[in-house]
Design a protein around this ligand. Sequence first.
Ligand code: PMP
Length: 308
Amino acid sequence: MPLLKKVEKIWVDGKLIAWDDAQEHVLAHSLHYGLGAFEGIRAYQLADGKTAVFRLREHIDRLYDSCHIATIEIPYAREKLVQACLEVVRVNKLQAAYLRPLVFLGYGALGVGSLESPTRTVVAAYEWGAYLGEEGLRRGIRCKVSGFRRAQNDAFFSKGKITGQYVMSVLANRDAVKNGFDEAILLDGQGLVCEGSGENIFMVKDGAIRTPPTSAAILAGITRATVLQLARELGVEVREQSFTVDEMWTADELFMTGTAAEVTPVREVDGRRIGSGEPGPVTRRLQDRFFAAVKGNDPGHADWLTPV
Ligand code: PMP
């Protein structure tokens, strides 16, 4: 995984400041206990050369939901953060970017439940290519079912992108990559398939697609919702229903979705070839529709794009 590619400015607490000045004290509350919330958003260069952010409003709304779950009040109106996202792309002259809004508790008090630490709000933007690799997008990736479990909904707030909850994702992804795989797939306590460390998961069987419902311990991915809508528009049968590991191994096709991962085919899980071992026709069609939408080549979904 390449290191961050530095740009000029980051938006911090309402101001654009130099990248190198965006520092935090080592005794910041969130660094110790993981209460914070973040987003991952992409801006794409469109076919006409302009730049637009994909589903920006939905991502900002989810950031507010995550903070609501985490009892953190964002000290800005939504519109201000929407503008901050556009501003960091613009000021850094990025044609395509990954955006990382983060709300966390800064330096002040360090009691576990202390209410005195200041709420800090950050929006960064930088260049970031295909998360699971260009080759992964084209040929499909190899995954491993993780030994780490997604906690159930009574012990984990899966609808929030809450910083501390990413520990299991980090461990599962590191373990998969260390063992020569591209990504981990996490199950819940009952052994049902949940999602990747940072992606939702879909299987295709007999022409119909299936993905765990949002009542499962998954993040309600914005790319997931996008792909479900595109699939319905293509007349593909869609079922939001959990599946088992052996159902996944015997799927005709498997793919993952996420802002970072986009629509990435999975060609192998636990050493078992999925379908033909190559991205299948349903995955390909959805991938094509997805890239058409994000790059402004789908007039029916122009409302998903916010010009920078
Ligand atoms: N699941 C998890 C655990 C994630 O971190 C992400 C990335 N945000 C996703 C799913 C995909 O969500 P989205 O499509 O909104 O990026």
